[in-house]
Design a protein around this ligand. Sequence first.
Ligand code: ZN
Ligand code: FE
Length: 256
Amino acid sequence: MTTHVRQFLCLKDNYGVLVHDSDTGATAAIDAPDGEAVIAAAAAEGWTLTDALITHHHADHVQGLPALRARYPKLKVAAPAKEAARIGGVDRPLSEGDYARVGRLAAKVVETPGHTAGHIVYWFEEEEIAFVGDTLFALGCGRVFEAPPAVMWESLLKLAALPGSTQIYCGHEYTEANARFALTIEADNSVLKARAGEVATLRAAGRPTLPTTIAAELATNPFLRAEEPSVQAAIGMTGADPAAAFAEIRARKDRF
Ligand code: ZN
Ligand code: FE
């Protein structure tokens, strides 16, 4: 079984991603930020789209669906059950623990409410790949729009518990700005400082900073580190409930 993943930037800073199962030819688009860009990426590989796996209802993740349906009339659209009515035309409404299938590949659905109330993540356990949409970013996390911060914190803990080697694909290329913010929280984190340098080099060369891994995020992402004594000390919240520390870090990022 061979799994191919192709990631491409589209719109301003959105990532489109294709997942291809070479055994069956099945190909899924992870979200649909820009239908024409997704179609072009699939055509460049000689792949025919069979599925779309949607993480959440925001326009920059679903607005390409009409173009994809027009180009691939047999396309099956999977999306969070809680947001299916809002997204429209969903063939496979998904909830926690369900599986989304792409040919012989199977992604376990992990509900991660916070950015939106129904946001889901697709975890291909066997392939050690997770598509996390706008819940987790490299060195950051999504804005918390549709749930209390404590709910988002619980969602991030679910992702933090995935195997450290899991490859993480995110909805946006926000890493460089996220690194600048992360350094305001942990100026003395040497792993973070080294990573910020690598990120700047990649972006200067026009290269993606994703995928990342859970292990890399646990070492450097301030939002996943709200329990760390050094992080809590840095924000003047030593001994605080980690969810409260997370909420404070998120509020600072919103003002950054
Ligand atoms: Zn979003
Ligand atoms: Fe987005």
